[in-house]
Structure formats: structure tokens, C-alpha cells
Design a protein around this ligand. Structure first.
Ligand SMILES: Cc1ncc(COP(=O)(O)O)c(C=O)c1O
Length: 401
């Protein structure tokens, strides 16, 4: 065991090489201020620009005047009428029977898995699933975790066959183990989609449960941003849908939708729900307004997709490799990590904020700048960013012409 003095010495060493995040001094719209200068915001997950939407701000002010700020533990003394309204609004928006809201997408993933999966059950997980899914699986202490190759349906079926064998051994309580397939909907580093229709067919064939984490699909995919299940027309076919309220919804929180019996079970048993405080009044009021805005019109989602199409086409014309994204997540591949870092630093000098993504977030040799346009960008904003990419791309010889 390391001594106390060694422990802090190691922390000091780690601090010396730590990445220091840039400090944002303004709201997060198409532009944000860093070091006193406005910079083009080219890497935010506020897909619809709701972070600085005046309607959300107005809703927050009204709710705070009426209800104050804080809430409590939902089951003991904290379930507020706004929480109930938000859950109803989210369930309606997702065409689901019911919803439960937690304080983050991370918490929602942990609740979704840990509450229904125990040591003797079986989880089948895509190898590139988000860290919060990986942690949720660890938390469940499940012994049989079967990892299938990224988006590979054949590999998934192999694991399902393995699970079928394992399912023959009953748990200590005499029941057959529960089997759950879990996948990200949109993979956050590459912007590719899970093959959800094929996953559903296999789940039906092998009679197992399915779960999708739609953090980057909510507010982006499907009619008016109703998510990946709507995009593929699979309503009622996925057992557990998890979403975050921090990306397109631009506030914070996470939620799970599904059948009423499942959501009621989560409300009774989930440790993340029972032993952690609820969202505050301002968060909840802002989210209610955000869901209302999405329910009223598809305008913001359409604007987002127009911007995505334009940006990808222009990057393509310039000769950038943007991988195989099917969503607004636009990785500009610069395999060499040092070059990716240098590229991002030079963009910053041009007042464009887009951070490099390097190992361990992506494998070695797959570094990139992850650009995400939003509905708050005008065509002029996008052109500014594209021009900066072209200039630096040529300077650093990422572009050869
Ligand atoms: C795929 C995915 N799932 C879950 C999360 C966690 O969401 P939250 O930030 O609301 O905890 C994220 C956030 O980065 C994510 O990208």
C-alpha cells in the first residue's frame, strides 16, 4: 500500500501533465468567450442551441420566483410537481408508457442496468459503448459480460448463442438469468449508429431484453428529435431507452423510458433514484420548456441537419477525412496525436474552439478534431469555421492541396 506522502507525490506528478480545460466566460451559443475573446463554438453537444434560448431562461425565472431553488430526495420529501410534469412530458415526447428522471445520463445508465441485472445474469454489450454503460455493468457485478464487436451483428449473434447456453444454468433463486443487450444509439466519438433493427430482430429471436443509450440521438434523430427508436420506427420494440438531458436539451439530467411496470420498478428499487437528490427547480423548469419547444416544432432539428449537411459537404470538398459518421458528430481525422493537438491550438488562434480527441478516448492512431455544428450556427458561422480548417489543414499538410 502506498504511503500517504507517496500518494500525494503521485497526484502532484499527475497534475503536472494534466490537461487544463479552457474556461468559458459567456453563455454557450454559436460563439462563446474564452480569454476575453469570442470564439466560434465548434464542438459543443448543445445540438439545438437551447443553452442560450430565452424561453428556457424565462421559464427558469418564473419557476424560481414561484418555487425557489432546491428539492429533496424524491421518495422521502422531494418529488415536486415539476418532476412529475417533466416525466409525463418526456414519456409523451418519446411515445413511451412512462419515464423516470435522474440527475444525469451517467446516473440513468447506472440505474437502468444495476437495478435489473445481478451477478448471475448476462449482459451483451457493444465493445465501443460509452464509459457510463461500462461502469453501470461493473456496478451490477454481473459475471457473464459478453462483449461483441462494434456494430457487428454476426458477432452479436455469436454472443447470443453463448448466452443461450449460459441461460440453461438457473440462478440461486431458481429463475433463469435475465439477458440484456445494451448499445449506444449514436457512438459519441465516430457518430455512427447502432444497427438497431437488426438488434431488435435478434433480441426477438433469442427472447432477450434490449437497451439503447440515446444520449446523442435525443433532439437529433427521428421526427422532431424524438430519438433513434423513432428514427428506425421501432416504438415499443426496445425495452429500455436511456437519454441525457445535458446535450440537445441543454440543461442537465438523464432519463429512462419504457413500459410503466419497468419504470415503476426503477422508482421503487433504483439506488441512483433512492439515494441521491433530485434535479433542482431551475433545471426541471428549463427542461420542461425544452421538451415543449421540441414538441411544438421541428424547425430547430431541421436547421441542425441543414448545417450538418453543409459542413460535411464542404469538409468533403476540401479533402478532409470525416470518417463514417451518420450524425452531426463530425470527426476530422488527424491520426497523429501531436498534429491533432497542434491543429486545435492553431484553430484557437483563429478564434475557433474545437478540441482534439486523443488516446484513451479513441484508439492510438485515430486522433481527430471532433466538430459538432449546431442549430445556432448561421451559414456565415460555418463558413468561418470551414475557412479556418482549410487554412490550417494546408499549413499542417493534413490537406495536400
Ligand atoms: C453516450 C453517452 N451516454 C451517457 C453520457 C452521460 O450523460 P450525462 O453527461 O448526462 O451524465 C454521455 C455524455 O457524454 C454520452 O455521450
Amino acid at each position: 500500500m502506498s504511503k500517504r506522502s507517496d500518494f500525494y507525490k503521485k497526484l502532484d506528478e499527475a497534475a503536472a501533465s494534466a490537461k487544463i480545460p479552457r474556461i468559458i466566460e459567456s453563455g454557450e451559443g454559436a460563439y462563446l468567450t474564452i480569454d476575453g475573446r469570442p470564439r466560434l463554438n465548434f464542438c459543443s453537444s448543445h445540438y439545438l442551441g437551447l443553452s442560450v434560448n430565452p424561453r428556457l431562461a424565462k421559464a427558469v425565472k418564473g419557476a424560481v420566483d414561484k418555487f425557489g431553488i432546491g428539492t429533496g430526495y424524491r421518495t422521502l420529501a422531494g418529488t415536486h410537481i415539476l418532476h412529475v410534469e417533466l416525466e409525463k412530458a418526456l414519456a409523451r415526447f418519446k411515445s413511451a408508457e412512462a419515464a423516470i428522471v435522474l440527475t444525469g445520463g451517467y446516473m440513468a445508465n447506472c440505474a437502468a442496468i444495476q437495478t435489473i441485472i445481478g451477478k448471475e445474469d448476462i449482459v451483451i454489450s457493444d465493445e465501443l459503448n460509452h464509459a457510463s454503460i461500462i461502469d453501470a455493468i461493473r456496478l451490477s457485478q454481473v459475471k457473464n459480460k459478453l462483449i461483441y464487436e462494434h456494430r457487428n451483428v454476426l458477432s452479436l449473434e455469436e454472443k447470443l448463442k453463448e448466452a443461450e447456453e449460459l441461460r440453461n444454468t438457473p440462478r440461486a433463486d431458481g429463475e433463469a438469468p435475465t439477458v440484456l443487450i445494451v448499445t449506444d444509439g449514436v457512438f459519441s466519438m465516430d457518430g455512427d449508429l447502432a444497427p438497431l433493427p437488426e438488434i431488435v430482430s435478434l433480441a426477438e429471436k433469442y427472447d432477450v431484453l434490449t437497451m439503447v443509450d440515446d444520449a446523442h440521438g435525443e433532439g437529433v434523430l427521428g421526427k422532431g428529435g424524438r430519438g433513434i427508436v423513432d428514427h428506425f420506427g421501432l416504438h415499443g420494440k426496445i425495452d429500455i431507452e436511456v437519454g441525457t438531458l445535458s446535450k440537445a436539451f441543454s440543461v442537465m439530467g438523464g432519463f429512462i423510458t419504457g413500459k410503466k411496470s419497468l419504470i415503476d420498478y426503477y422508482k421503487q428499487k433504483s439506488r441512483q433514484f433512492l439515494f441521491s437528490n433530485a434535479l433542482t427547480i431551475p433545471d426541471t423548469a428549463a427542461l420542461l420548456e425544452a421538451v415543449k419547444i421540441l414538441g411544438e416544432s421541428e424547425e430547430l432539428v431541421k436547421k441542425l441537419w441543414d448545417n450538418v449537411k453543409y459542413l460535411k459537404e464542404e469538409f468533403g470538398k476540401l479533402g478532409f477525412d470525416t470518417g463514417h459518421s451518420e450524425t452531426p458528430i463530425t470527426p476530422v481525422m488527424i491520426p497523429d496525436e501531436d498534429k491533432a493537438r497542434e491543429f486545435s491550438a492553431k484553430l484557437f488562434e483563429e478564434d475557433v474552439f474545437a478540441t482534439p480527441i486523443v488516446f484513451p478516448m479513441v484508439p492510438k492512431g485515430k486522433a481527430r478534431i471532433r466538430v459538432i455544428p449546431s442549430a445556432s450556427h448561421s451559414k456565415e458561422d460555418l463558413d468561418r469555421g470551414i475557412a479556418a480548417f482549410a487554412k490550417i489543414g494546408r499549413e499542417l499538410r493534413v490537406l495536400l492541396q
